[in-house]
Design a protein around this ligand. Structure first.
Ligand code: GDG
Length: 729
């Protein structure tokens, strides 16, 4: 059993040095963190090595050399790089996920290539993966991969981590291929995101776009439970701490200090990207010099922009704008000995970054959107003497953890400008208090911790899936259910009604029994060995209207009323319903505020239905209603039952399980079966003997042993059982 890490890009840089290929391991945080995994045993990291597939003659050599580093290449053609990577990944997903919908392009050719390249990755994985392996996929270039792998290896363990934000549903829904994307993401077992907001947005998008059931952060889809959770990524804090005090960095820092004298450095480091808020940052600095000329020659902005995607027109335009604005500021404020903005459009060795982190009095990070932002954490880890001020945009994932930074809204240029003044004048003690708190966070939640808690959780999720899951009734189970049925001489069959024997209708009065259902029930009760009991939450009058003429047992209103065949309805003793006058007015206020919702009154319960309410609003109001009623219900000995688009309030004593159990007393049945689709049916499953065939409808997360997908499958099963009897009699 091995672990395979998968990302678009391998953590390696291959350069051509006078005809000789040179392989350098990249030093990024992800590579360091995952080093503990992929370098072990026969584990691997699979991805694009960064060179085009055109160099065919080199492939074997590259593959062999990478193999020694536990890396496995997926070669991409120039066309794939431009359609899948620059196209769909960076011109469709990136702008949408970073809240820039106007920049997004929806090209069929981009999507087609994205699908093809994800398939190419899948095929490469299957060359090395075996059942039992764990696969951890990274980032937005490979959103389809979990589903593609799952289709061929249903039991393999798959983790997925998204490094960029997951946008609100309102943005995500714009993507023409949104359902395919989510469907495939849900092929993973554990989906990791940097922040809780990303998780929230993801769950909201899947609930609206796909037929899923969600409960907190668990999503049931295609008979599997998938977990979505927050794992804020950290950095290699120790590396930045020790770099900060290394001799090379100290030399660099001393050289910088000499050239900038005593003026204070405001540091800014980003990749060239419209999501990073570079122009707004320059504007804030411009205002500072304009409104507070006393800072002239006293502070300077050291701005590194790392080249990225500048073949794409929006990036080229952004670069031109930055050039213009920097030129403009420098032209207006420069003095003989001082340049306000020291701007570099290139990357630097990490020893230089570290020297800058060490030297900068202020680090100004103001992205419009950022999944996490590791530069902010690297600055904090490098401040070994606990001084310095971090100004951080509230739109960066890191702002959720680094709450002691000076947090700003990057769109509010005035606020950013005031934050710079605050930072430049912050008393030493306050700097230390804030920086120390942030260093503790960065040190505790470091990259190794991130890898460990993610991997532990992935194993837990896998174990949880196994223990919670009912088995689908297929060939083998079916034959067991049938054989035991044929052999049995005293059978009892408990049948829930709505969602089990008939489909779910938005108008409850339309869910009446049809001819087919009557026939099935007739056939079942015609067998003298069968005892059939309908166990429903419906009013007893309704059940009486529908089934009163049949020799069948019935439990209505979850147990308030019961009827043995050929006798009268009897009511559970000792119930009271005066409480309704207190609860009903509360429910009525929710009906007034929630179009589509209504109250159903039963003799000993009140039900608030929201199946016709706008998706999302119903759930919101239901939560709110439950919070409102929580204490009142406990006080009055009532129970609140959240069901399928309903909340039912009833006496605590009333419970399908308790009542069904009385049917089992002293009856010596040799075949017990119970079918139901709802929360309330779980009570029934729990009281059944261990050998009973308990079957949940519509979900595989249940106390029941088995599950069926819908009422049609239930009817098919009951029909086949009824036929068994005719064979035997
Ligand atoms: C994505 C998400 C999320 C930068 N300049 C140089 C250089 N760097 C290094 C930094 C840092 C890394 O690059 C940048 O990481 P960020 O997190 O800031 O940003 P993205 O590249 O956009 O990353 C982001 C991240 O994934 C992880 O999940 O945080 O939100 O967008 O480590 O130090 N390194 C060197 N020279 C440079 O000039 N050597």
């Amino acid at each position: 059993m091995k672990t395979i890490i998968v990302s678009n890009r391998l953590p390696v840089k291959i350069t051509n040095n006078n005809g000789e290929m040179e392989f350098r391991q990249s030093e990024g945080g992800l590579a360091t963190g995952l080093g503990s995994i992929y370098r072990q045993g026969n584990n691997m990291w699979l991805g694009w090595p960064g060179i085009e597939a055109a160099d065919e003659e080199n492939h074997d050599e590259i593959t062999a050399r990478l193999e020694k580093m536990n890396l496995y290449p997926v070669f991409l053609t120039q066309e794939e790089i431009s359609l899948y990577y620059e196209g769909f990944s960076n011109e469709t997903l990136w702008p949408i996920f970073h809240y820039h919908p106007t920049y997004a392009r929806y090209e069929q050719s981009y999507w087609d290539s994205y699908v093809e390249v994800n398939k190419k990755f899948k095929e490469a994985i299957f060359k090395i993966a075996e059942p039992g392996d764990t696969i951890w996929i990274h980032d937005y270039q490979l959103l389809l991969l979990p589903g593609m792998i799952r289709q061929e290896q249903p039991n393999i363990t798959i983790g997925f981590f998204l490094h960029i934000p997951f946008p609100s549903y309102e943005l995500f829904r714009l993507i023409p291929w949104r359902a395919e994307i989510l469907d495939n993401m849900l092929g993973a077992d554990l989906l990791g995101f940097h922040t809780f907001d990303d998780v929230r947005h993801f769950i909201s998008a899947v609930s609206r776009i796909l037929p899923v059931h969600t409960s907190a952060n668990e999503i049931s889809y295609n008979e599997r439970v998938v977990v979505a959770e927050t794992f804020p990524m950290g950095i290699d804090d120790k590396k930045f701490e020790s770099l900060a005090d290394s001799s090379e960095v100290l030399e660099n820092a001393a050289a910088l200090r000499e050239s900038f004298g005593s003026s204070k450095m405001i540091l800014s480091i980003d990749r060239l990207d419209y999501s990073k808020g570079i122009l707004q940052r320059l504007q804030a600095f411009d205002i500072l010099l304009q409104k507070n000329p006393e800072y002239i020659e006293k502070v300077f902005l050291y701005m590194i922009v790392v080249p990225s995607r500048d073949t794409v027109s929006q990036y080229k335009d952004l670069r031109d704008e930055i050039d213009k604005l920097v030129g403009n500021i420098n032209a207006r404020y420069r003095t003989l000995n001082w340049t306000p903005v020291n701007y570099y459009y290139r990357s630097f060795p990490v020893e230089m970054l570290s020297a800058l982190y060490k030297m900068a009095e202020v680090c100004l990070i103001s992205p419009m959107r950022d999944g996490m932002n590791l530069v902010s954490k690297e600055y904090v880890a490098s401040r070994t003497n606990n001084t310095g001020v971090l100004i951080l945009s509230e739109m960066a994932g890191a702002a959720k953890e680094l709450i002691d930074a000076v947090i700003v809204n990057p769109n509010n240029v005035g606020e950013v400008y005031r934050a710079i003044i605050e930072a430049l004048n912050m008393p030493l003690e306050e700097q230390q208090r804030r920086m120390q708190a942030m260093r503790e966070v960065v040190s505790k939640f470091n990259i190794r911790h991130w890898v460990k808690i993610y991997m532990d959780r992935l194993q837990e999720v896998k174990a949880m899936q196994g223990s919670m899951q009912a088995k689908h009734v297929e060939y083998q189970t079916l034959s067991l259910i049938e054989t035991q049925y044929s052999r049995a001489t005293r059978r009892i069959i408990f049948l829930d009604y709505d969602g089990t024997l008939v489909g779910f209708k938005s108008n409850i009065d339309l869910a009446f029994p049809d001819e087919d259902l009557y026939n099935i029930l007739q056939q079942l009760i015609a067998d003298p060995a069968n005892h059939v009991v309908i166990v429903s939450g419906r009013k007893y009058q309704t059940l009486e209207d529908w089934f009163g003429k049949m020799p069948i047992d019935m439990i209505a209103e979850h147990g308030v009323w019961q009827k043995h065949k050929d006798s009268e309805w009897i009511k559970m003793p000792g119930l009271y319903n005066q409480w309704k006058q207190d609860i009903r007015p509360i429910l009525e206020t929710y009906v007034d505020r929630t179009p589509g919702s209504f109250i159903e009154e039963k003799s000993y319960s009140l039900v608030w239905h929201y199946r016709k309410v706008e998706e999302g609003l119903g759930e919101l109001r239901a939560n709110d209603l439950m919070n409102t009623l929580r204490f009142i219900t406990v006080d009055r000995g009532l129970q609140m039952l959240p069901g399928n688009k309903v909340i039912e309030i009833k006496n605590v004593e009333v419970n399908k399980g308790k009542v069904a159990a009385t049917w089992l007393d002293n009856m010596n049945y040799d075949y017990v079966m119970a079918l139901g689709d709802d929360h309330t049916d779980e009570d029934m499953f729990k009281v059944m003997p261990e050998t009973a065939f308990t079957i949940k409808i519509g979900s595989n997360i249940s106390a029941a042993r088995f599950f069926l997908r819908d009422y049609k499958e239930v009817r098919r099963l009951l029909k086949s059982l009824a036929l068994k009897r005719s064979v035997n009699v």
